[in-house]
Design a binder for this molecule. Structure first.
Ligand code: PBG
Length: 326
C-alpha cells in the first residue's frame, strides 16, 4: 500500500532537459525516481544557447543563465512541467514565477584532475598547458601553481560538454584538465580521474555536484510530487553557498568559490554548518581572498544568513561587491 490511486489518473510529468549526455543522465535519473513513485514521466530534449556557444568563455557571452532560459520558456508555455539543472548552472535569482521545487542529494562536490601523463600539478612538464572552463578554477589553479613556483605553466580556457573536453585533452591540446568530479562520476568516467582536489586545495563552486529541480511557482501539484526527492541537508548547504554568490553581487560568472559542510548533521531538524568562501581577481591581481563561518542552521533562512555573513566577511577582506565578474 503506497501511492493513492488518484496518481494513476494524473497526466504524465514532462521533464525539459538539455541534450548533453550529462543533462540527459540527470533527467533520466529524476525520471526513474518519479516513476518509482508511480508517476508517468516523459522527457523533452532541447538545445540551449549555452550549448551552441562553444568558442568563447561563458562569462563573456552572458553567463550560465544561458543554459536554463530555453528550459524556462518550455515550462512557461506548458510544454514541460519541470526542469532538472546542475545547481551550479542555475542563476542566484530565478525569474519571477519560477521556483526551485527541490534540491536533491549531492554527488561528489570536488574538482578532478584528468591527465593521461601527469599525476598532479607538480608533475607537469615545463610550459605545460592546463585546461579549465571556469574563472574560479583558473584563479585557484594559478594560486596553486604560483605556490609551486610554476609561472611557466599556462592555464587555457576549455569549453564544451564533458565528452568534448575529454576529447580535446586526448588530442593533446592540453597536458591536463580540471573539471567537476560529479559529472565524470555520473557518466561512469571516473576511471579518467587521476586525482581529486581536496576542498582546501580547490574550493568548489556554489552548488557543485547538486541537482535542482525548477518549476513554475503556481504548479503546486508538481511541487508536491517532487517533495519526496529533496535532500534537506544538501538543500540547506547549497542555500548557504548560493547566498554567498547572491550577496557578492548576483553574477554567477565571477571567480568565486563557496562550499558548505555539516559539522553536525541536521538530523533532528537542526545542525551546525561550516561555510568556506574564496574570491580571486579574474586577472590574477593580488592574492586569493578567503573567509569562513560556522553557525547553527535549522532552516533555509539560517543557511541564507550564514552565506550572507561569509560574503560580507569576504568583502571586508577586500573582495569588491559585484565580484568583478568578467
Ligand atoms: N559548468 C558546467 C557544469 N555544470 C555542472 C557540471 C558538473 C556536475 C555538477 O557540478 O553537478 C559541469 C561540468 C564541470 O564543471 O566540469
Amino acid at each position: 500500500m503506497s501511492e493513492p490511486s488518484t496518481r494513476l489518473f494524473q497526466p504524465p510529468l514532462t521533464i525539459a532537459t538539455r541534450e548533453s549526455r550529462l543533462a540527459l543522465w540527470q533527467a533520466e535519473h529524476v525520471k526513474a525516481l518519479l516513476q518509482a513513485r508511480g508517476h508517468a514521466v516523459s522527457l523533452l530534449g532541447m538545445t540551449t544557447r549555452g550549448d551552441q556557444i562553444l568558442d568563447r568563455t561563458l562569462s563573456k557571452v552572458g553567463g550560465k543563465g544561458l543554459f536554463v532560459k530555453e528550459l524556462e520558456v518550455a515550462l512557461e508555455e506548458g510544454r514541460a512541467d519541470l526542469a532538472v539543472h546542475s545547481l551550479k548552472d542555475v542563476p542566484m535569482e530565478l525569474p519571477p514565477g519560477f521556483v526551485l521545487a527541490c534540491v536533491m542529494p549531492r554527488e561528489d562536490p570536488r574538482d578532478a584532475w584528468v591527465s593521461p601523463r601527469c599525476a598532479d600539478l607538480a608533475a607537469l612538464p615545463p610550459e605545460a598547458v592546463v585546461g579549465t572552463s571556469s574563472l574560479r578554477r583558473m584563479v585557484l589553479l594559478r594560486e596553486a601553481l604560483d605556490r609551486l613556483d610554476r609561472q611557466d605553466v599556462r592555464i587555457e580556457p576549455l569549453r564544451g560538454n564533458l565528452d568534448t573536453r575529454l576529447r580535446k585533452l586526448d588530442e593533446g591540446q592540453y597536458h591536463a584538465i580540471v573539471l567537476a568530479a560529479a559529472g565524470l562520476k555520473r557518466l561512469k568516467l571516473e576511471g579518467r580521474i587521476r586525482k581529486i582536489f581536496s576542498p582546501q586545495e580547490m574550493l568548489p563552486a556554489a552548488g557543485q555536484g547538486a541537482l535542482g529541480i525548477e518549476v513554475r511557482a503556481e504548479r503546486a501539484e508538481v511541487i508536491e510530487a517532487l517533495a519526496p526527492l529533496a535532500d534537506r541537508a544538501t538543500w540547506w548547504a547549497v542555500a548557504a553557498e548560493r547566498a554567498v554568490s547572491r550577496a557578492m553581487g548576483g553574477s554567477c560568472s565571477m571567480p568565486l568559490a563557496a562550499f558548505a559542510t555539516w559539522v553536525e548533521a541536521p538530523d533532528g531538524g537542526s545542525g551546525v554548518l561550516r561555510l568556506d568562501a574564496a574570491w580571486g581577481h579574474p586577472e590574477g591581481r593580488g592574492p586569493v581572498l578567503r573567509a569562513d563561518g560556522q553557525a547553527p542552521v535549522a532552516s533555509l533562512d539560517d543557511a541564507d544568513a550564514l552565506g550572507t555573513a561569509v560574503a560580507h566577511a569576504l568583502q571586508r577582506a577586500g573582495a569588491p561587491e559585484g565580484g568583478l565578474s568578467a
